[in-house]
Design a protein around this ligand. Structure first.
Ligand SMILES: C[S@@+](CC[C@H](N)C(=O)[O-])C[C@H]1O[C@@H](n2cnc3c(N)ncnc32)[C@H](O)[C@@H]1O
Length: 237
């Protein structure tokens, strides 16, 4: 079998399984791990595989995320799953330092090149949950990324991210509610967040429907860790 015919076989199988047994397709995908090598191949094939740049839906999503931060300034911020840096570029001016991470080296390289004139932005190839940075962070952003973790990995990953948020800091999550090819659904991720972000306060929760691929829309939730009067906090506001 040539590489192309293997690809065609996989695509056809995936389509058949999905069309006939949609639930089975999700279960079948859950058995697979989206590997760093798989993501690397994905980025090697196309400059912007998710078609983020110049896409009005994505632009609107990023503007909504910025608006949800209420114009606050952040000391140390972390963006998980930065892809080619489209949101990184928008977030950077609001941070004193920003660490953007992605499982793909190629994606990270594109982000680094794009943000080269902003020396306070650092880009690292890191796989969540194995290679989560330590923190503390005044802001953690997870947009369209947590559903690529398996249901087994997600709870520990979010709890670790939560522990890295400083007193008075923010955890911002946004996920597409249609089938984005992940191991979990966006709604499922956001349903689990309240129990995983123990001690945080939900300050914004907004669902936008009728937009994006298939009009499935997205869910945005902002959780803040209440200020601990015994701790200093380094956020800039
Ligand atoms: C759909 S893109 C979202 C990009 C951007 N956050 C946005 O909202 O437009 C998902 C990104 O997450 C990265 N990613 C997927 N699984 C990851 C993991 N386990 N650890 C770190 N990054 C991951 C992918 O490489 C990809 O760049």
């Amino acid at each position: 079998m040539t590489q192309n015919s293997v690809k065609m076989f996989r695509n056809t199988l995936s389509k058949l399984v999905g069309d006939t047994f949609p639930t089975l397709k999700r279960r079948w995908r859950r058995r697979l791990r989206l590997t760093p090598a798989g993501w690397e191949r994905f980025y090697a094939e196309t400059q912007d595989p998710f078609g983020i740049d110049g896409n009005p839906y994505e632009q609107g999503k990023f503007e909504h995320m910025m608006e949800a931060l209420d114009g606050r300034r952040y000391g140390h911020a972390l963006e998980v799953g930065c892809s080619i840096g489209s949101f990184t570029e928008m977030l950077a001016p609001a941070c004193d330092d920003l660490l953007a991470i992605d499982i793909s080296q190629v994606a990270g390289d594109r982000t680094r090149a794009r943000l080269a004139d902003k020396p306070w932005v650092k880009v690292e190839r890191r796989t969540v949950p194995e290679e989560l940075p330590k923190g503390p962070f005044d802001l953690v952003v997870c947009a369209d990324v947590l559903y690529y973790l398996s249901p087994n990995e997600l709870p520990a990953a979010v709890r670790r991210l939560a522990r890295s948020v400083s007193s008075g800091g923010t955890f911002l999550a946004l996920h597409y509610l249609g089938d984005g090819g992940g191991l979990m659904g966006g709604a499922e991720v956001h349903t689990l967040l309240p129990q995983l972000l123990d001690g945080f306060r939900l300050v914004r929760s907004e669902r936008r429907t009728g937009i994006g691929p298939h009009g499935s829309g997205y869910q945005l939730d902002r959780y803040d860790r209440p200020l601990d009067p015994t701790e200093g906090h380094s956020s800039g506001d």
